[in-house]
Design a protein around this ligand. Structure first.
Ligand SMILES: O=C(O)CCC(=O)C(=O)O
Length: 264
C-alpha cells in the first residue's frame, strides 16, 4: 500500500486526473455570469501592472486575447483561492505553489476552433521544479462541444516543440520534434465528460488538445497553472505565454514578483 489517495495514484500513472465535484456549482455559475458581462468590455491591451492577469482567449478565426487583473475578477479569484484546488495543486507540486497564469479558453457555439495537441511546458520559459495545470470547465463539456482530450501516460514522454495551437505547425526556432496526434499513432487518449464543479489536473508534459465546437452550447474553460517554488526561469524558442513580459527574474533564477503570487 502506498498510502496515496486514488486520485494521486491516477495522476502519477496517467499524467492527469479528473476530480469530480471539487468546486461548488454556484461559484462556477457566478464565473459564467461575470464572463458574459465582462468579456465585451475587457481590454485587448496587455496590462503593465505587476499583478496576476486573467487572460480571456476566444478560439475563433482571428480571435484576439483580452485581459483583466485577476484581483478585479471576484469569482475567478475565488476559484484560484479555493482550498480544494490549492490543496490538490500543492500535493501535486510537493509543497507551496506559485500561480503562473489564469487563462480562459472560450470556444463559442458553432464557431470554436480545434486546439492542436501540445504539452504546456513547450510554451513556458521554465525548467526544474513541478508545473501542473488545473482546468476548471465553466460549462458542461463533452466531445460534442469541443471536449478536452488527454493522452494517457504522455507525461512520461520527452518535451516536444511548441506549436501554433490552431494549425499544429511547429513554432519558429523550436527545433524539437512536433507533438504527434495520438489517434494517428494508435496511442490511448481519453475525452472525459465534465460537469460543473469538476476540475482536471494534469502534468505540464501531458499531451492534450481539443476539437471544434460545432454544437449550439458554449464551451469555456478556466486554465490555471501552478508551479513549485523551485521552478527556474529558462527561456527557449517557442515560449509565448502572455505573462512572459511580467517575469523580472534573471535567467537561472526562480520566479519572483507580484504577478506570480505564492500560496503557502
Ligand atoms: O481549451 C482547450 O482545449 C485547451 C486548453 C489547454 O490547452 C490548456 O489549458 O492547456
Amino acid at each position: 500500500m502506498s498510502g496515496q489517495p486514488d486520485w494521486r495514484l491516477a495522476f502519477d500513472r496517467d499524467g492527469f486526473v479528473v476530480r469530480r465535484g471539487l468546486l461548488p456549482t454556484d461559484l462556477i455559475s457566478s464565473a459564467q455570469s461575470w464572463l458574459t458581462e465582462a468579456y465585451p468590455k475587457a481590454s485587448t491591451v496587455l496590462p503593465e501592472e505587476e499583478a496576476p492577469l486573467l487572460v480571456m482567449w476566444r478560439h475563433v478565426k482571428g480571435g484576439a486575447k483580452r485581459y483583466a487583473l485577476l484581483d478585479d475578477c471576484a469569482p475567478f479569484l475565488a476559484i484560484v483561492q479555493s482550498p480544494a484546488v490549492l490543496e490538490t495543486a500543492k500535493a501535486l507540486c510537493g509543497g507551496s505553489v506559485r500561480l503562473i497564469e489564469a487563462v480562459i479558453f472560450d470556444k463559442p457555439p458553432g464557431l470554436g476552433e480545434p486546439l492542436a495537441w501540445h504539452q504546456d511546458l513547450a510554451f513556458y520559459p521554465f525548467s526544474g521544479g513541478k508545473l501542473v495545470s488545473a482546468l476548471v470547465p465553466l460549462d458542461p463539456m463533452s466531445e460534442d462541444n469541443g471536449g478536452l482530450s488527454l493522452e494517457v501516460g504522455s507525461h512520461l514522454k520527452p518535451l516536444s516543440s511548441a506549436v501554433d495551437l490552431h494549425t499544429g505547425q511547429r513554432s519558429k526556432g523550436d527545433d524539437r520534434e512536433a507533438p504527434q496526434d495520438p489517434a494517428k499513432l494508435g496511442a490511448k487518449f481519453e475525452t472525459p465528460a465534465f460537469a460543473l464543479g469538476d476540475v482536471v489536473f494534469f502534468d505540464c508534459l501531458t499531451l492534450h488538445g481539443s476539437g471544434p465546437n460545432r454544437s449550439d452550447q458554449p464551451r469555456r474553460i478556466l486554465s490555471l497553472r501552478f508551479a513549485s517554488l523551485d521552478m527556474i526561469y529558462s527561456p527557449r524558442p517557442g515560449n509565448s505565454a502572455s505573462f512572459v513580459h511580467q517575469i523580472k527574474s534573471a535567467i537561472g533564477e526562480p520566479l519572483s514578483g507580484g504577478a506570480f503570487p505564492v500560496f503557502e
